[in-house]
Design a protein around this ligand. Sequence first.
Ligand code: 5GP
Length: 177
Amino acid sequence: MNPTQRDPMRILIDEQAIQRRVRELGQEIRATYGDEPVTAIGVLKGSFMFMADLVRAIDGEVRCDFLGVSSYQGGTRSTGVVRITQDLKHPIEGQHCLVIEDIIDTGLTIEYLLKMLEVRQPRSLRVAALLDKPSNRETKVTADFVGFTIPDEFVVGYGLDLGELYRNLPHIAVYTP
Ligand code: 5GP
């Protein structure tokens, strides 16, 4: 029995819609950077599935690196305290960097990460977020590329978890206990 059968949850964005939008985002991103190489920085773990699909949708030169971040400590509310669990493996000075996030909610995590990366003097620093929950924002941060804007509900699937479960769903679902 898979988690969908065990805990039926309402599908908010189905697999086809995600795949279609990710392909569009890849083209938008490539058009923004022209022929320049892009350094994609995936914020683990939630963005791993989005990143895997997104980088395949961006033509040309793309480097991949990862930041490990823990902001929830297992619950469903941002604590505002961001813990870096894994730093980038390579310097980003002079590079066009695209931070890839699963979801921007309060904006506290991405604000912290952008401040941390800015001091490393990238040539440019942009953000691609699969999901945006603007109703909960506590900062002025906005993503340069957004897949879908969603209401203030706790979602799982396509990389997003609750207590490490549901990341493997191919769609985005509203978590219902
Ligand atoms: P923020 O700091 O913007 O409030 O939250 C950012 C992080 O919180 C995201 O990268 C994600 O890991 C987590 N998060 C925020 N909203 C949700 C949600 O609806 N579902 C899940 N699974 N994680 C979320």
